[in-house]
Design a protein around this ligand. Structure first.
Ligand SMILES: NC(=O)C1=CN([C@@H]2O[C@H](COP(=O)(O)OP(=O)(O)OC[C@H]3O[C@@H](n4cnc5c(N)ncnc54)[C@H](O)[C@@H]3O)[C@@H](O)[C@H]2O)[C@@H](O)CC1
Ligand SMILES: Nc1ncnc2c1ncn2[C@@H]1O[C@H](COP(=O)(O)OP(=O)(O)OP(=O)(O)O)[C@@H](O)[C@H]1O
Ligand SMILES: [Mg+2]
Length: 352
């Protein structure tokens, strides 16, 4: 794979990132066998210096962070995830994020949304725990009291941009940082970060998941420069560095992931459908994988940043869901069809 950005100040990271991407590729190879070589060529851009052996080792990293299913665990151990989002306009986004977290393997998924969004989100699924608190004057305290029971928060899907709501979310982010709760920030959560980057500056347990427009907005706000579209890896690396090594996942035709030291690229085959909600599936899945990766620790990720490994896992899973759903539904594919593929896609990529 090409990791050009890593040459600039990334040092040792270049070799490690290269190995990681190659390893991911190799694991898929092991799963599908040689006929899928072509698919894999697209899945991970290869640096010619990386060997197939390295690839094998590094794909194993994603598998390494997945907790085993055993009869010895209690409810909640494999993940209690909170989604902060859901307002009058947007109820689908927090639902997609929350249900995806459950389908990936979390035990409990909470949604903290506005009062009027709550009954709508509840009605989509009996599996979600829905708190109608986000527009209450006590929103911060109402969410804060749940923080000790949550392993990760996904902030932003379907949040909207109401000033009052964003003020509450600012308080929730500050409370999460104070308690060291990992946060994935997506969608309108990124709008808030573009307005106030200091909110997340240097927080090592944060992952940002911008789409095309969100990345531009964030990058221009933080770096105070027009975005250089000729160097996608360097742009992500620089944004992450400027934010104090917060992990950034830039979604697009290829997903580019960086923690300011290393750059990974995921171009696992997805589909040409660009229906809304796919990013919500990614951020919800990532909430669980971030928890698993931090729990597993750097020993399991071979010294590699656990958040990079988690991000790569969520990107490849989302794209695989899109691929499988499109094979069945073609042009009519929607995010609901992708959610139905989370289990089979996860098994294909990480468990067979
Ligand atoms: N069913 C739902 O409730 C959904 C709600 N959503 C929510 O909608 C709100 C706004 O999210 P948006 O993602 O629309 O953010 P923005 O309001 O910042 O809009 C992004 C814009 O960028 C455009 N864009 C995307 N990719 C592009 C590319 N590669 N090149 C050029 N333009 C591109 C899109 O068409 C869109 O107009 C968020 O709260 C989000 O979570 C979305 O998650 C979609 C599903
Ligand atoms: N051109 C593309 N080709 C293949 N996959 C893509 C492409 N653009 C985005 N994706 C994939 O789609 C998923 C969602 O990315 P996208 O940019 O649509 O997010 P988003 O705009 O935040 O989505 P949402 O509608 O949920 O807010 C990611 O897994 C990403 O890899
Ligand atoms: Mg989005």
């Amino acid at each position: 794979m090409a990791v050009p950005g890593m040459a600039t100040g990334a040092g040792v990271g270049a070799a490690v990132a290269c190995a990681a991407v190659v390893a991911l590729l190799s694991a898929v190879l092991a799963l599908y066998g040689p006929p899928l070589d072509a698919v894999l060529e697209r899945a991970f851009s290869l640096n010619k210096a990386c060997s197939i052996k390295d690839m094998k080792n590094t794909f194993q990293l994603v598998r390494n962070i997945i907790p085993p299913l055993t009869t010895k665990k209690h409810k909640g151990q494999d993940g209690r995830i909170g989604i902060v989002g859901g307002c009058q306009e947007y109820t689908g986004a927090p639902y997609f994020a929350a249900i995806s977290a459950l389908k990936v393997g979390a035990d409990l998924s909470h949604v903290f949304c506005t009062q009027e969004a709550a009954p709508v989100i509840k009605s989509y699924s009996p599996e979600l725990i829905v708190h109608p608190v986000l527009d209450s004057p006590d929103a911060v305290q109402d969410v804060e009291k749940w923080l000790p029971r949550l392993h990760a928060l996904v902030v932003g899907p379907g949040l909207g941009r109401d000033d009052g709501l964003l003020r509450n979310v600012k308080g929730i982010l500050e409370a999460s940082k104070a308690r060291d709760v990992p946060v994935v920030i997506d969608a309108d959560g990124l709008w808030l970060i573009a307005e106030q980057p200091a909110l997340i500056q240097g927080y090592q347990k944060a992952v940002l998941t911008p789409n095309h427009a969100e990345f531009r907005r964030l990058s221009e706000a933080v770096l105070r420069d027009p975005l250089d579209s000729s160097d996608p890896h360097g742009a992500v690396l620089r944004l992450s560095q400027a934010l104090g090594n917060v992990t950034v996942v830039r979604k697009g035709e290829r997903d580019v992931i960086s923690d300011g030291r290393q750059v990974l690229e995921c171009s696992q085959e997805g589909s040409s459908r660009r229906c809304g909600g796919q990013g919500d599936l990614l951020s919800g899945s990532l909430g669980v994988l971030v928890h698993w990766a931090l729990l597993a620790g750097p020993e399991k990720t071979d010294g590699f940043s656990p958040l990079l490994v988690a991000a790569f896992g969520a990107c490849s899973l989302t794209r695989q869901c899109s691929h499988q759903a499109f094979q069945k539904h073609g042009r009519s594919t929607t995010t609901t069809d992708m959610v139905a593929e989370v289990g089979p896609a996860f098994a294909r990529l990480f468990e067979s």
